[in-house]
Ligand binder design. Structure first.
Ligand code: SF4
Length: 336
């Protein structure tokens, strides 16, 4: 069966920047960067970010010797910014080790690297016989065996597929990518193209015509709703705006942000209903923000904002591209 899967992959794999040639082994650093970016994010969104990232940080040494701010600036708009911080930290761990870890267990020690990412780097980057289990692989497994998925059987999925592919160890890096590719392009959630599938002769769901019953849909938690008031605080010439850097923990950690109603010093602002500039919705997977953007002048220049914590500072509007703002703030800034 693995030969059929490999043949199918050789003929059908999409060319991606981190998979430049499907017949060649891949660069582990490229795989690490792509896997961090692909967490919760689609391939189409990731490609331009990946290309810019590799251009700026071509090796793990370049990344490790950069600042977190530089990394966040390039990550701007990709969301889930903790991934950028973790990737930066992991690159420094690798430099301190003096070698790029190859095994699943060693890779798990890197910051931000969980079961899936460790297996993906080990398998795709270093040709280790371990199958990474992402959403695509889970779906293929569920249909192939005609079994529903629960959170406990991720290890089982990896072990079963690894056993099934025994004999193809020389091509472990391809087998992993082939299973993911099959889920992404043939065995998709709603469109299921069994006639093009190299696994169909042994697939339980295909045999029983129950493909659409597996895997059973998960109940999703309702996202939390937030009303967020943002304040574009300018000087009187509207040449400068006031921004702050978020703390190292929490949503939008380390990113630059505008004063908001979630801020303890919002009383320093003149919120005037007439100054409502813009309203929009911003949706993240677990949070829905109803955003209102107000223009405001600082009450007394910015002395009211200055505290020992040194949170706010003025930047020139023309310099805004030098700061890493989350997409939500970039949208708000467009109102000016
Ligand atoms: S035969 Fe159909 S259901 Fe089974 S793995 Fe292939 S595409 Fe999925």
């Amino acid at each position: 069966m693995h030969q059929k899967l490999l043949n199918w992959y050789n003929q059908n794999a999409r060319i991606l920047p981190w998979r430049v040639d499907v017949f060649e082994k891949t660069n582990p650093y490229h795989i690490m960067v792509s896997e961090f970016m692909l967490q919760q994010t689609t391939i189409a969104t990731v490609i331009p970010y990946f290309n810019r990232f590799i251009e700026k940080f071509p090796t793990v040494n370049h990344l490790a010797s950069s600042s977190v701010d530089d990394v966040l600036l390039l990550w701007q708009g990709l969301g889930y910014y903790r991934r950028a911080k973790n990737l930066h930290f992991a690159s420094q761990q690798i430099i301190n080790l003096d070698f790029f870890p190859k095994s699943y267990d060693e890779l798990l020690q890197l910051k931000g690297v969980g079961d899936y990412t460790a297996a993906a780097i080990a398998s795709i980057g270093f040709n280790q016989p371990v199958i990474p289990v992402d959403g695509n692989v889970k779906r293929v497994w569920s249909r192939f065996y005609g079994i529903d998925i629960d959170s406990k059987n991720i290890k089982l999925i990896s072990q079963q597929f690894t056993l099934l592919m025994q004999g193809s160890e020389a091509f472990a890096f391809k087998i992993s990518q082939a299973l993911m590719e099959l889920g992404a392009t043939v065995c998709m959630p709603k469109v299921i193209m069994c006639n093009m599938c190299p696994l169909k002769k042994s697939c339980k769901a295909f045999e029983n015509n129950t493909m659409s019953e597996f895997p059973k849909p998960k109940k999703l938690n309702k996202p939390k709703q937030f009303d967020l008031n943002l304040f574009l605080v300018t000087d009187s010439q509207k040449q400068k705006i006031m921004i702050k850097k978020n703390p190292e923990q929490g949503l939008f950690a380390n990113m630059y942000f505008l004063p908001s109603n979630l801020d303890e010093r919002v009383e320093c602002l003149n919120k005037d209903e007439d100054c409502l500039l813009h309203q929009f919705k911003h949706i993240l997977s677990h949070y829905h923000f109803n955003v209102s953007v107000y223009h405001s002048y600082s009450k007394d220049d910015h002395s009211c904002f200055n505290t020992d914590k040194e949170v706010y500072h003025w930047i020139s509007l023309t310099d805004r591209k030098k700061y890493s703002f989350p997409k939500l703030i970039a949208k708000a800034l467009d109102a000016l």
